[in-house]
Design a protein around this ligand. Structure first.
Ligand code: SF4
Length: 169
């Protein structure tokens, strides 16, 4: 395994691949400033997968890797909905997840900030004919903002989060 890894990333190359480009540095800086100004330096997300293929979650997870390192901006993930500032919903709304999702949404503190991730919650693509869907797969909860893509890549998520944060009071 180690040999395979060394062949894939000869000495020094791994370091080179992790260098942030100019846009990433800017996104990092601006997100940090806005979170400091509007959320006292800590923005807590609760991620709800209501029936995704896991593609969007993988991109969300990538935000916390050493390259994107979104924790540096003050963003963190919680598993306690009462602690969350924003509820992120990914995937279609399945029959099985509907009751759970409704319960989570009701416990989200005011003002209820909901962002959808990916094309699924809006366009029900690509599973719109699935038998497992509730409400034709649409997210039934009021969502302020949609981050589109199938899946949206980490930098897109950062760009869109920045746009959203500029709008919130
Ligand atoms: S938007 Fe695409 S990647 Fe995201 S959950 Fe739906 S099918 Fe998967």
């Amino acid at each position: 395994m180690l040999k395979l890894f060394r062949n894939e990333f000869p000495s020094g190359q791994l370091k080179k691949k992790l260098v942030k480009d100019g846009e990433l540095k800017r996104l990092d800086r601006e997100l940090k400033e806005l979170i400091k100004e509007k959320f006292s330096s800590k923005l807590t997300l609760y991620i709800l997968d209501s029936g995704s293929c896991s593609g969007c979650e993988l991109e969300l997870q990538a935000l916390f890797n050493p390259l994107y390192n979104i924790s540096n901006t003050g963003i963190e993930v919680t598993y306690t909905i009462q602690d969350a500032d924003i509820l992120l919903i990914s995937g279609l709304m399945t029959e099985n997840m509907y009751v759970e999702a409704k319960m989570i949404y009701e416990q989200l503190k005011e003002p209820k900030r909901v962002i959808t991730i990916g094309d699924c919650p809006l366009f029900q693509a690509p599973f719109k004919n699935s038998f497992a869907l509730k409400n034709e797969g649409k997210n039934p909860f009021y969502s302020e903002y949609a981050i589109l893509g199938c899946p949206p890549e980490p930098k897109t998520i950062m760009r869109e989060l920045l746009k959203y944060l500029k709008k919130v009071g």
